[in-house]
Design a binder for this molecule. Structure first.
Ligand code: ADP
Ligand code: MG
Length: 258
């Protein structure tokens, strides 16, 4: 953990957002410094996914007030792909459902889109294959996985692992993992947590883990836990907060939101 730096990696100030005219976020404040792991917890419908989508620029949501700074730059006007190229990653993003697209081809397209954005050369399939081998080894993923079609018949664990592979490959600086633990059995959860912990050995990177359950946070230790309720963060604490939430639920926090 490193919180000595003056500029947060991500700084969210008084963020308000709507979808179809419905107010969903009501003044979110959040600062994340390089190397930190933040967890966001909260009941269904409290606005966690909305927050993650608005950070990466999902077009369905309207930002009505406040701002989002990434490495000091206001990114509110940036297109989603530009946000991705400068280092924001949301696990499970848009192009993933193109039928008949091989996983490796998809990853190469994503990788080359970033190369092009930074005026770097496009990588041909052979060279890309070499880059992939290195990443696969790092995240302990079976290479046969690359030859399959994207998302076709992937198990829950494989889908999640594939998202982590994208995070590693794109070398994103801030990863937002929205319910990475949902639908995973205990072995898959452990194994994916180990991979995430390994990626986090790079102290420049930060992650936001969105989760309902304390289980994931037993494997990946957050520096901070935030609880969302009705579109704002009502409570922030350290890793111990997960135990309190597990024992007492979210009800006692209701009054804090009012
Ligand atoms: P969480 O991820 O914490 O479960 P969400 O961010 O998905 O919560 O949803 C927050 C609130 O926004 C919920 O009340 C949900 O019904 C509402 N919401 C999300 N998407 C839409 C939508 N497309 N249209 C209307 N309301 C929506
Ligand atoms: Mg959600």
């Amino acid at each position: 953990m490193n919180n000595n730096r003056k500029i947060p990696l991500l700084e969210i100030k008084n963020l308000h957002a709507t979808i179809n005219g419905n107010k969903i976020l009501n003044g979110v404040n959040l600062s994340i410094f390089p190397g930190q792991i933040h967890a966001i917890m909260g009941t269904n419908g409290s606005g966690k996914s909305t927050l993650s989508k608005i950070i990466v620029g999902h077009p369905s949501y309207t930002l009505t007030e406040g701002e989002i700074l990434f490495m000091g730059q206001n990114i509110c006007e940036l297109e989603p792909d530009a946000r991705s190229h400068i280092g924001l990653f949301l696990a499970f993003q848009y192009p993933v459902e193109i039928a008949g697209v091989g996983n490796e081809d998809f990853l190469r397209l994503a990788y080359n889109a970033k190369q092009t954005y930074f005026n770097l050369p496009v990588i041909d399939p052979l060279d890309f294959h070499m880059i992939m081998q290195e990443k696969l080894e790092m995240i302990k993923m079976d290479p046969s996985f690359l030859q399959r079609n994207l998302n076709e018949g992937f198990s829950g664990g494989e889908k999640k692992r594939n998202e982590i592979l994208q995070f590693a490959l794109l070398d994103s600086i801030l990863g937002i993992l929205d319910e990475t633990d949902s639908g995973l059995d205990i072995d898959a959860l452990k194994s994916i947590s180990e991979t995430i912990n390994q990626l986090m050995l790079n102290k420049e990177k930060s992650i936001i883990l969105i989760t309902h359950y304390k289980r994931l946070l037993e494997y990946i230790k957050p520096d901070f836990i935030h609880v969302m309720q009705d579109g704002i963060i009502v409570k922030t604490g350290n890793a111990d907060l997960a135990n309190i939430l597990e024992e007492q639920g979210y009800e006692w926090l209701k009054q804090l939101a009012e």
